[in-house]
Design a protein around this ligand. Structure first.
Ligand code: ZN
Length: 118
Protein backbone atom coordinates (compact mmCIF):
# COMPACT_ATOMS: atom_id res chain seq x y z
CA UNK A 1 0.00 0.00 0.00
CA UNK A 2 1.45 3.41 -0.92
CA UNK A 3 1.91 6.20 1.63
CA UNK A 4 -0.87 8.20 -0.02
CA UNK A 5 -3.43 5.39 0.10
CA UNK A 6 -2.45 4.69 3.72
CA UNK A 7 -3.04 8.36 4.54
CA UNK A 8 -6.45 8.27 2.82
CA UNK A 9 -7.33 5.07 4.74
CA UNK A 10 -6.16 6.72 8.04
CA UNK A 11 -3.51 4.08 8.74
CA UNK A 12 -0.38 4.45 10.87
CA UNK A 13 2.39 6.41 9.08
CA UNK A 14 5.13 3.94 10.14
CA UNK A 15 3.69 0.43 9.63
CA UNK A 16 0.75 1.48 7.40
CA UNK A 17 -1.40 -1.24 9.00
CA UNK A 18 -2.62 0.02 12.38
CA UNK A 19 -5.68 2.22 12.58
CA UNK A 20 -5.28 5.83 13.78
CA UNK A 21 -8.95 6.52 14.58
CA UNK A 22 -11.13 4.29 16.73
CA UNK A 23 -14.34 4.96 14.78
CA UNK A 24 -15.37 6.03 11.27
CA UNK A 25 -15.84 9.62 10.07
CA UNK A 26 -19.62 9.32 10.34
CA UNK A 27 -19.52 8.06 13.92
CA UNK A 28 -20.60 10.30 16.81
CA UNK A 29 -17.11 9.87 18.30
CA UNK A 30 -15.22 10.58 15.06
CA UNK A 31 -12.38 12.42 16.88
CA UNK A 32 -11.32 9.48 19.10
CA UNK A 33 -7.78 8.35 18.26
CA UNK A 34 -5.65 5.52 19.55
CA UNK A 35 -2.77 6.78 21.70
CA UNK A 36 -0.41 4.16 20.25
CA UNK A 37 -0.53 2.28 16.96
CA UNK A 38 -2.20 -1.12 17.65
CA UNK A 39 0.35 -2.85 15.34
CA UNK A 40 3.76 -1.16 15.79
CA UNK A 41 3.21 0.82 19.01
CA UNK A 42 4.11 4.24 17.49
CA UNK A 43 2.87 7.02 19.77
CA UNK A 44 0.67 9.21 17.54
CA UNK A 45 0.92 12.40 19.58
CA UNK A 46 4.62 12.84 18.82
CA UNK A 47 5.08 15.60 21.37
CA UNK A 48 2.82 17.53 23.74
CA UNK A 49 0.34 19.65 21.78
CA UNK A 50 1.42 18.08 18.49
CA UNK A 51 -2.07 18.12 16.98
CA UNK A 52 -2.55 21.86 17.49
CA UNK A 53 -0.68 22.21 14.20
CA UNK A 54 -3.44 20.26 12.46
CA UNK A 55 -5.68 23.32 12.78
CA UNK A 56 -3.59 25.12 10.16
CA UNK A 57 -3.87 22.21 7.76
CA UNK A 58 -7.62 21.92 8.40
CA UNK A 59 -7.94 25.64 7.74
CA UNK A 60 -6.01 25.29 4.47
CA UNK A 61 -8.29 22.41 3.44
CA UNK A 62 -11.37 24.55 4.23
CA UNK A 63 -10.01 27.44 2.15
CA UNK A 64 -9.27 25.08 -0.76
CA UNK A 65 -12.83 23.68 -0.58
CA UNK A 66 -14.24 27.23 -0.44
CA UNK A 67 -12.28 28.29 -3.52
CA UNK A 68 -13.29 25.17 -5.46
CA UNK A 69 -16.96 25.61 -4.50
CA UNK A 70 -16.87 29.35 -5.29
CA UNK A 71 -15.39 28.81 -8.76
CA UNK A 72 -17.77 25.88 -9.42
CA UNK A 73 -20.77 28.00 -8.40
CA UNK A 74 -19.57 30.84 -10.64
CA UNK A 75 -19.27 28.52 -13.65
CA UNK A 76 -22.27 26.22 -13.08
CA UNK A 77 -24.79 28.86 -11.90
CA UNK A 78 -23.52 31.60 -14.23
CA UNK A 79 -22.44 34.10 -11.52
CA UNK A 80 -25.51 34.06 -9.22
CA UNK A 81 -26.32 36.44 -6.32
CA UNK A 82 -23.95 36.63 -3.34
CA UNK A 83 -26.29 34.67 -1.02
CA UNK A 84 -25.98 31.65 -3.34
CA UNK A 85 -22.17 31.68 -2.97
CA UNK A 86 -22.46 32.03 0.82
CA UNK A 87 -25.01 29.20 1.08
CA UNK A 88 -23.00 26.84 -1.13
CA UNK A 89 -19.66 27.55 0.58
CA UNK A 90 -20.98 27.42 4.17
CA UNK A 91 -22.87 24.19 3.44
CA UNK A 92 -19.84 22.65 1.74
CA UNK A 93 -17.41 23.57 4.52
CA UNK A 94 -19.78 22.33 7.22
CA UNK A 95 -20.41 19.09 5.32
CA UNK A 96 -16.66 18.40 5.01
CA UNK A 97 -15.61 19.60 8.49
CA UNK A 98 -15.22 16.09 9.91
CA UNK A 99 -12.95 15.12 7.04
CA UNK A 100 -10.94 18.34 7.38
CA UNK A 101 -10.45 17.62 11.08
CA UNK A 102 -9.33 14.04 10.49
CA UNK A 103 -7.20 14.63 7.42
CA UNK A 104 -5.60 17.71 8.98
CA UNK A 105 -4.28 15.41 11.70
CA UNK A 106 -3.37 12.65 9.24
CA UNK A 107 -1.40 15.01 6.96
CA UNK A 108 0.46 16.44 9.96
CA UNK A 109 1.21 12.92 11.19
CA UNK A 110 2.52 11.85 7.78
CA UNK A 111 4.68 14.97 7.55
CA UNK A 112 6.40 14.54 10.92
CA UNK A 113 6.10 10.91 12.09
CA UNK A 114 8.95 9.59 9.87
CA UNK A 115 11.35 12.04 11.54
CA UNK A 116 10.36 10.88 15.04
CA UNK A 117 10.22 7.14 14.45
CA UNK A 118 13.87 6.52 13.47
ZN1 ZN B 1 1.98 1.40 13.20
Amino acid sequence: MSKFSSLIACKCPRCQEGEVYKHGAFSKDFKAMYTYCPKCNLRYELEIGFFWGAMYIGYALSVAISVILGISTYILANNPDTWVYITVIVTGVLATSRFNFRYGRMILLYLFAPKFSE
